[in-house]
Design a protein around this ligand. Structure first.
Ligand SMILES: NC(=O)c1ccc[n+]([C@@H]2O[C@H](COP(=O)([O-])OP(=O)(O)OC[C@H]3O[C@@H](n4cnc5c(N)ncnc54)[C@H](O)[C@@H]3O)[C@@H](O)[C@H]2O)c1
Length: 327
């Protein structure tokens, strides 16, 4: 019996793969290595495959039956908001089409358990201080839409053929569980600041006139290792429950940190001058997006163990262990 981790060579997936291997599970990774790297999957078997490509369903079915897969964790997706605005049809092909191929293969191979990487992007700009799972989802870009449609598709498969599924809506993921598994992309705040510092530039803050205590946007930062642990808790819960089941959980801490606080924390961890340049607000950035994280605590007994200081320290150590070491 094995667990299939699709997108397991990526930033978050590689953490989950390592935790599964550490507890002795048989793990197969399917990844096209478009943004992932083969050396991140350790001793897991790696099958190089584009799940949104021609013939993917048949190849996936073969992997599932040959490796006696019982559960799937699906990370593979494109995740750049701006790119999704520019290329919406491609985002639907990749994120929804890829997921549809995986689910069709699961149905044919008789695999019934799925954990899905969803996102706080499904909420859009909710008019509440703490965002609970039952807030109306109104995504404001195609990326967020593909995640919401993904959740609907899972629910449809649950009704049609008994898929048992959990969608985890991640808030702002950062940090590294191990120094070799840092975030390789420069898309989120922490790597963006480190990227600027490595180039000898000042960090950028987009807007300091938001209605927040220090004027910068507030987000809920979750340590990638805590997030990875949430996947194991979700999988254990899903597979121990005999009934058809579906769950949607926020994965966050319930506490926000402002952009300025994050930048200052990077200054403390690195000892570098992080005096920032303030630029105009970016379109579509809500002033505050913080999870109500009670449901996952109540149902899975999971809660985040690491706060902002741990997150930033681990991100800094991982950056310094990589090819773009500063100083
Ligand atoms: N990083 C975040 O802050 C964040 C926040 C919310 C949700 N998410 C979601 O979490 C998931 C993982 O994100 P990540 O940060 O680890 O990204 P990542 O880009 O590091 O990982 C994605 C992995 O999937 C692989 N992949 C992409 N498309 C594929 C395809 N068509 N076929 C096979 N493999 C494919 C990539 O090569 C990569 O290894 C994504 O679904 C993303 O939307 C991430």
């Amino acid at each position: 019996m094995s667990t299939l981790v699709i997108g397991g060579a990526g930033y978050i997936g590689a953490h989950v793969v390592r935790l599964l291997l550490e507890r002795g599970e048989d793990v197969v990774v399917v990844d096209d290595l478009s943004t992932g790297a083969a050396d991140r999957v350790g001793a897991a078997t790696l099958v190089e495959l584009d799940v949104a490509g021609d013939g993917a369903q048949t190849s996936l079915e073969r992997v599932m039956s040959e490796r006696a897969v019982t559960s799937v964790i699906h990370f593979a997706a494109r995740k750049q908001v701006g790119e999704s605005v520019a290329r919406p049809a491609w985002y639907y092909q990749q994120n929804v089409g890829g997921l549809a191929n995986v689910l069709a293969a699961m149905e044919n191979a008789g695999v019934r358990n799925m954990i899905f990487s969803s996102s706080a992007a499904v909420y859009g700009m909710p008019p509440v201080e703490l965002v609970g799972e039952d807030v109306e989802c109104r995504p404001i870009n195609p990326y967020g839409e593909t995640k919401l449609v993904g959740e609907w598709l899972l629910a449809d498969c649950g009704r049609a053929w008994g898929l048992r599924w959990t969608a985890l809506r991640y808030f702002n993921v950062a940090g590294a569980g191990w120094p070799d598994l840092g975030d390789p992309a420069v898309l989120n705040l922490v790597p963006m600041v480190l990227d600027r510092l490595e180039r000898g530039d000042r960090p950028k803050i987009f807007g300091d006139d938001y209605p927040t205590p220090d004027g910068t946007c507030i987000r809920d930062y979750i340590h990638v290792l805590d997030l990875a642990q949430a996947h194991l808790a979700a999988m254990d819960h899903l597979t121990s429950d005999a009934e058809p089941t579906e769950h949607v959980f926020n994965v966050g801490t319930g506490t926000g940190a402002s952009v300025k606080e994050v930048v200052d924390e990077i200054g403390r961890a690195s000892g570098l001058d992080v005096t920032a340049e303030v630029e105009a607000r970016r379109a579509g950035d809500p002033p505050q997006l913080v999870a109500a994280a009670d449901r996952i605590g109540e149902v899975l007994s999971w809660k985040a163990e690491h706060g902002l200081t741990d997150i930033i320290r681990s991100a800094w150590e991982a950056w310094q262990a990589g090819p773009r070491r500063i100083g």
